[in-house]
Design a protein around this ligand. Structure first.
Ligand code: UDX
Ligand code: UDX
Length: 434
């Protein structure tokens, strides 16, 4: 089928590449010309394993084209996905400015289109947005009838950064939230080659499934982190505990890795948005409040455990290894390294940082620390090290020869404790003396 995708961030671009791989013709639309130039040259504007290979393949064979023109792209296709950003406002509510402006442009094009066209909301939006905001905007600007001239659906995206291509091509489920059978048939046909389970719901349920899924995953992590602090004090290793817990098939071992907390563009934003929705409805959210509070605690907890171990950090040279919110990405959105570094600076430490992919992005939000390309050089010049992103590069440092270090504090189980025998090494979720 012919598909246009408005917004070429992680979600839009990987969706487009996956749909091209399934044999569809794709037009990727964005407002930023440099992004489109990069895509046209076979390079994603962000680092994501596996995307560039497939992108080059499909730009080369003509299945992927790019455009700055939303209306022309809609005219030229049968289905349009909306995947522009839905950032959080200061108060945690969702900013719907971009999705509404995209919907308005799509509607204007549909006004002069004769064939049935499906518009799919792919960005994460608060429950009720597709039916209550997107639909009226599309109808007002197109003057078309939903279910007869146009179809409207909400299909949430569940991909993980760093594994985006794999997740787009092998989803556990495809959720299609729509009101009419024609739209459902077109979309289930589009996704059929994936061979995944399909769940049909209303658009509002599809929107809520995304928030409820991400909030539950964030809850699992915060739960593991809360248990982790208790394990440290009780004298056991939280990884062993969660191995035992996760063997129960009702729980599963996934997302129980305790550490310095969750970052990224989804968990913090989606949990905050859900809390905001509930607050507007005069509902209390003690679980979600605790999930966010636990996430705030973890970086400070890591610093305070380091202080317990090596004494005051004031004046010490501290190396922070890892700035991306997880490995295999250059994304720093909501990375736990930011509150950690802010806490270290507040304590009067001198901070130098490294990341294999995310240093340029981090430099944009923090200028008052040093950056070094070589993690070995940072380790050599530091008194204390914090490991914040479990990049494999940090495992190949010759830790055995770094006996000058006062301590190494691992927020992510980055290195093998066997490598650290001669050092004072502590990873979160273990008793401090271990
Ligand atoms: C974003 C949201 O964060 C997520 O909640 C949602 O599910 C999908 O969109 P992501 O793809 O990671 O996820 O966002 P981002 O990298 O910010 O990409 C959005 C793209 O839309 C950018 O390339 C931006 O230039 C483009 N855009 C934005 C438009 O094309 N038009 C606009 O009006 C606004
Ligand atoms: C997440 C969801 O997994 C995905 O389904 C959704 O579409 C977008 O949000 P993403 O943010 O890309 O994906 O990464 P994910 O692998 O889920 O990790 C998020 C954060 O949680 C990272 O900071 C990671 O380090 C942390 N995490 C993850 C833990 O601390 N412990 C875990 O057990 C798992």
């Amino acid at each position: 089928m012919k598909v246009s995708i408005i917004g070429t961030g992680y979600v839009g671009l990987t969706t487009g590449v996956a749909l091209a791989e399934l044999g569809n013709d794709i037009i990727l639309v964005d407002v930023i010309p440099e992004k489109l130039r990069s895509i046209q040259g076979g390079q994603a504007p962000f680092y994501e394993p596996g995307v560039n290979e497939l992108l080059s393949k499909h730009v080369g064979n003509g299945r992927i084209r790019t455009s700055l023109d939303t209306q022309a792209s809609v005219m030229d296709t049968e289905i349009t996905f909306i995947s522009v950003g839905t950032p959080s406002r200061e108060d945690g509510s969702m900013n719907d400015e971009y999705i509404l402006s995209a919907s308005n442009d799509i509607g204007k094009a549909l006004a002069s289109k004769d064939s049935f066209h499906v518009v799919v909301m792919k960005s994460t939006v608060v429950p009720g947005t597709t039916t209550g905001k997107i639909k009226p905007t599309l109808v007002a600007s197109s003057n078309k009838q939903v279910g007869i001239d146009i179809g409207i659906a909400m299909c949430p995206e569940f991909l993980r950064e760093g594994a985006a291509m794999h997740d787009s091509l092998n989803p556990d489920r495809v959720v299609i939230g729509c009101e009419d059978d024609g739209t459902f048939d077109i979309l289930s046909g589009l996704f059929e080659p994936l061979g995944s389970k399909v769940l049909r719901t209303s658009p509002t349920s599809a929107e809520m499934i995304k928030y409820a899924s991400n909030s539950l995953l964030a809850t699992k992590i915060s739960y593991a982190n809360e248990i982790s602090r208790i394990c440290e004090a009780v004298g056991v290793d939280v990884y062993e505990i969660m191995e035992g817990v996760g063997m129960d098939f009702r729980i599963s071992p996934q997302f129980l890795r305790a550490g310095v907390g969750f970052g990224g563009s989804c968990f913090p934003k989606d949990v905050s948005a859900l809390m905001h929705i509930a607050k507007d409805l005069d509902l209390k959210t003690p679980i979600l409040d605790g999930v966010m509070e636990n996430n705030r605690i973890q970086p400070r907890h890591l610093v305070s455990m380091a202080e317990r171990s090596v004494g005051p950090l004031e004046g010490l040279r501290i190396g922070v290894l890892g700035l991306a919110f997880k490995p295999d990405t250059d994304d720093i959105r909501e990375t736990r390294s930011l509150p950690l570094i802010q806490e270290l600076l507040r304590k009067g430490a001198l901070v130098c940082a490294n990341d294999p992919k995310a240093m340029d992005n981090f430099r944009e939000i923090m200028q008052d620390i040093d950056y070094m390309e070589d993690p070995n050089a940072i380790v050599d010049g530091s008194d204390v090290i914090f490991l914040m992103t479990e990049w494999p590069e940090y495992r190949s440092i010759d830790w055995g020869s770094k006996e000058h270090l006062k301590g190494v504090f691992d927020g992510r189980r980055t290195v093998d404790p066997g490598q650290m025998k001669n050092l004072k090494y502590w990873s979160m979720g273990k008793p401090l003396a271990q």
